[in-house]
Design a protein around this ligand. Structure first.
Ligand SMILES: *[C@@H]1O[C@H](CO)[C@@H](O)[C@H](O)[C@H]1NC(C)=O
Length: 168
């Protein structure tokens, strides 16, 4: 005990550092996981939103806004690009009116409009990309994917979009 008392100051310092470290650790992991917990509580698979979420808000009207550090790309069955902010109307089992998320389809990047998991037990996620409805296995979306920023791919996306626009 005498030893502890004589080292009171350094004890305090290490305790403060330790608590600081803990609160950092706790808050970060809470922020990271809470969007995914929210999705699960709404009957949606957590993996619809990538790991690297900075923050999110849910407005009174149910509009969900998710903030990332920047646009990034994740891989499910096809590749998906998330803009730095993406949003959707969140209700049980669905994200309707999605903005800021596009999916690669036959070398084109098509905006995702709706994501519907009406029957969590059916094991299927329905993705509306305007020109088509896709049915994907729920298991693809169980775990939040890593979302990275490959510059080359973004170059491709721009080229594709220009090609797509010149077709119209
Ligand atoms: C999303 O919710 C807002 C507010 O309730 C509504 O005005 C808007 O039409 C909804 N969008 C879609 C695509 O349902």
């Amino acid at each position: 005990m005498a030893l502890f008392r004589s080292q009171n100051l350094s004890l305090w310092i290490s305790m403060i550092l330790f608590l600081g470290f803990c609160s950092c650790f706790c808050c970060n992991s809470k922020d990271d996981s809470s969007i995914h917990e929210l999705l699960r509580s709404m009957g949606l698979p957590a993996g619809l939103v990538p790991k690297q979420v900075k923050s999110y808000t849910v407005a009174e009207n149910g509009r969900l806004e998710v903030f990332l550090d920047g646009p990034c790309m994740a891989k499910y069955e096809n590749r998906v690009i998330f803009e730095s902010v993406f949003s959707a109307n969140l209700s049980y089992g669905s994200l309707i009116g999605v903005e800021g998320m596009s999916q690669e389809e036959l070398f084109l990047w098509l905006p995702v409009k709706d994501i519907i998991v009406n029957y969590p037990t059916s094991g299927v996620v329905l993705i509306d990309i305007g020109v088509a409805h896709k049915q994907l296995s729920l298991s693809l979306f169980e775990d939040p994917p890593d979302c990275s920023i490959p510059q080359a791919a973004f170059g491709n996306r721009l080229r594709n979009q220009r090609a797509f626009e010149s077709l119209r």
